[in-house]
Design a protein around this ligand. Structure first.
Ligand code: FES
Length: 265
């Protein structure tokens, strides 16, 4: 494996009048020592050290759960975990990645399932092996109360399980620590699917929009116009589009309302 240290660029390379000294720190990846800039995330430090991600990297933004990492610190018996793309390196951390951890996923035809919790019990009977040790909650990098999710399912409260697990990014770290050998994140995902499709009230405005798009052809002309544009023109349109400001409130509306559907609540 080669390293790319000679090619490393940081913010100071962009403007030669600004020189920011970056301290190098040692980290250990699967037992091997590397010197990396202290400002990097674990993911960038691994790349700096010469690793190339084929798996174990997706969004780079804390959303996809592909970059689960475990590590230890010197003189500390705890095992730590984090998302590699969201965590800054620390001196002497001993780390490795767990980009995938095997977990049984039940097979089902979703359209044949009802919202009865018994369906989840039948598909995942191992639910009842949970010993409430809470190791799954402790390792969750998204602070999901995983044990409470499982407790809610056992109580037959699919809506609560769906709500409590809303931030789950399917990294699978919970499974890696479970004494009862449960696939928590698959169970929670099934609950969210059942809740979304079979329990949550239908969104009226969505049905209206779908009807307008599909049957009333309100957007036919603009879609046709877009399809006839060449790539250059499409790119220009995309770059010049009006973007909702980051902190815009609910009342924000674009200047051009030609294609905006308004709903009265
Ligand atoms: S790469 Fe997607 S969460 Fe880290």
């Amino acid at each position: 494996m080669s390293t790319n240290k000679g090619n490393h660029r940081d913010a100071s390379d962009e403007d030669s009048s600004v020189h920011i000294e970056t301290r190098m720190i040692p980290i250990f990846v699967m037992g091997k020592r590397y010197e990396v800039p202290e400002t990097l995330t674990v993911m960038k430090a691994l790349e700096y050290a010469g690793y190339k991600f084929l798996r174990g990297c997706g969004c780079r933004d804390g959303k996809c759960g592909a970059c689960a990492t475990v590590f230890r610190k010197p003189g500390d018996y705890h095992i730590y975990n984090a998302l590699a793309c969201q965590t800054q390196v620390e001196p002497n951390m001993y780390l490795t990645q767990i980009p995938f951890y095997p977990a049984n996923r039940a097979q089902y035809r979703f359209e044949e399932l009802s919202s009865d919790p018994e369906e989840v019990f039948k598909l995942y009977p191992e639910l009842f092996r949970c010993v409430a040790c809470n190791a799954c909650t402790k390792i969750c990098p998204m602070d999901v109360q995983v044990m409470d999710v499982i407790a809610s399912v056992k109580q037959g409260n699919i809506a609560k399980a769906a709500e409590l697990s809303f931030d789950c990014i399917q990294c699978g770290l919970c499974v890696s620590r479970c004494m009862g050998e449960l696939p928590q994140y698959h169970i929670a995902q099934l609950c969210r699917r059942i809740y979304g499709a079979k329990i949550a009230p239908r969104a009226e405005h969505l049905a209206t929009t779908a009807r307008v798009v599909k049957r009333e052809g309100q957007y036919e002309a603009i879609l046709q116009k877009l399809m006839n544009m060449d790539e250059q023109e499409l790119r220009r349109l995309y770059v010049e589009r009006e973007i909702e400001p980051e902190l815009a409130g609910e009342e924000w509306r674009p200047e051009n309302r030609d294609y905006l559907m308004e709903f009265n609540d």
